[in-house]
Ligand binder design. Sequence first.
Ligand SMILES: C[S@@+](CC[C@H](N)C(=O)[O-])C[C@H]1O[C@@H](n2cnc3c(N)ncnc32)[C@H](O)[C@@H]1O
Length: 350
Amino acid sequence: MSWEIKKHTKAKHKILKSYLGAWFPIMAFTNPKIVYIDGFAGPGRYLEGEDGSPIYALKIAKEIFEKHYLKLKDKQFVFFFIEANKESFESLKKEINNLKLPSNFTVTTINDEFRNVMVEIFDYLDKNNNKLAPTFAFIDPFGTKGVPFEIVKKIMSYKKCEVFFNHMYSGVMRSKHVSDHTELYGTDKWKEVVDDGPKLTELYANQLQSIASVRYTRSFNVRAKNNAHIFDLVYATNNLVGLKKMKEAMWKADPLGNYQFRDTTNPNQIVLFEEEPDLTPLKQILLEEFSGKAKEITEIDDFVATETPYLSGHIKQKTLQPMFKAKEISVIRPDGSKSGFKEGTIITFP
Ligand SMILES: C[S@@+](CC[C@H](N)C(=O)[O-])C[C@H]1O[C@@H](n2cnc3c(N)ncnc32)[C@H](O)[C@@H]1O
């Protein structure tokens, strides 16, 4: 296995790093103990020297812990790094040992398969009548094996737990005649859509929502050069703030808001201007959804987060303000303020 870092891997890391920068502080401020699981951890370092996912997760957590020491000094940060390959596991251990970590951090590295470790953790919790503490589980296999849907479902059955899964649907499509993927999807319906990659992800997200009772899912499509690897990063959460933060992280990796990364960019091409996302569809969505209604700004914000690809940052100044100026909506602000869209502001749509 070559551990060169590819552009599509960098896109994945960009999303995760950006999200963890929000997840660690938000969760640690509000819970006594948080858990970070990297189920397919890798060797901890790429050939070019870049940090692997376990290392940057630890560094981000450490930075946040030190920055907010007074608030976080009594909080527990628990990390599980699972890696099945012996050589990669040894390398990972060495990389982690090189870090100076706060004493509140408990780091466990395990040389075994993700599923075995998770079953052991669940058995332990069940026997002791305990629940999994608020957890973020990054599940990043090379291929299509080793991530039974039942395990993901069990993680999501605990309150405040989230999953970020690399769904390698191109691998599923390639191996459709030789492998049974029923365990991965928790249903054999994958056979009906196996020739259509996006539909496989849709099936996975549907399974999360209907069988695992997950409230929100979001995915981000990644294509490597020549379409050799095509995968969807699938995020699952029951928390609206989490969803908003993950969408922001995904927009950072694709500023046009298409939720995709294509490794086809010509490195010699000079970028002369930053392209801006087209927010016209957002205006249309709001006009249709709220036609003839008066809505409080927070309701609009939540609707945009859960039902559209757009972010909170696209709503007020970029969409509602121009609509207000053009007299397309009317705005009633609380306590007589003359501008802005703070909480309590009511917008009436035509
Ligand atoms: C895509 S790589 C992980 C890369 C890492 N997450 C990163 O971003 O730096 C997948 C890793 O999972 C390991 N692996 C393969 N099967 C596994 C299993 N069933 N359980 C745990 N690790 C496994 C491989 O040895 C490999 O190191």
